[in-house]
Design a protein around this ligand. Structure first.
Ligand code: IMP
Ligand code: MG
Length: 172
């Protein structure tokens, strides 16, 4: 049986997601918004967040993986990509968590080749001490410096994604 400590409750997440949605709505007013959900981890965050964004948008999904069986493998692999053309769009990438920043850097470099008008990043959780600012994040739900997190989309070996809160895994 897994043991964990809840770090972000349902209510805390709900309130912050609403605030982020309002900020993004103001910033993207009148823009050509394309929101990209990074699967699988960002799926809860993405679906809650876009319902708080009033700007008309297109949505698409991509899956890039750097973690295997709950541990980092150091290898980044693109599993599936968006199908909408990003040319001249205002692209907003939605991530679950930025740790080393390697996954995001890999995907941003790829998207840039298709000439979006702008490209910004929104993550639910940022672990700033890990990437030390080497990837620019425009919208952060929570800056956290803690151990391995599960829940609200985040997995350990594909489990715990369904939990409605974010928790730190203390034992497996
Ligand atoms: P990065 O390339 O090191 O920034 O790792 C990014 C990806 O690894 C995230 O999008 C998550 O899918 C996964 N990841 C990183 N830290 C955690 C964690 O604490 N719990 C669950 N998944 C994580
Ligand atoms: Mg992810």
């Amino acid at each position: 049986m897994a043991e964990y400590n809840i770090i972000l409750t349902k209510e805390t997440i709900r309130n912050r997601v609403k605030e982020l949605g309002e900020t993004i709505s103001n910033d993207y007013n009148g823009k050509n918004l394309l929101v990209i959900c990074m699967l699988k981890g960002a799926v809860h965050f993405f679906s809650d967040l876009i319902r708080h964004i009033s700007t008309p948008m297109l949505v698409d999904f991509a899956r890039v993986s750097s973690y295997k069986s709950g541990k980092t493998s150091g290898q980044i692999e693109k599993i599936s990509d968006i199908t909408i053309d990003v040319y001249q769009k205002d692209v907003l990438i939605i991530e679950d968590i930025v740790d080393s920043g390697n996954t995001l850097r890999y995907y941003i470099d790829k998207i840039k080749k298709s000439s979006p008008k702008t490209i910004k990043i929104c993550t639910l959780i940022n672990k700033p001490s890990k990437h030390k600012g080497c990837v620019k994040i425009d919208y952060v739900g929570f800056n956290l410096d803690c151990g391995y997190l599960i829940g609200y989309g985040l997995d350990f070996a594909e489990r715990y994604r369904e939990l409605p809160f974010v928790a730190q895994l203390t034992s497996e």
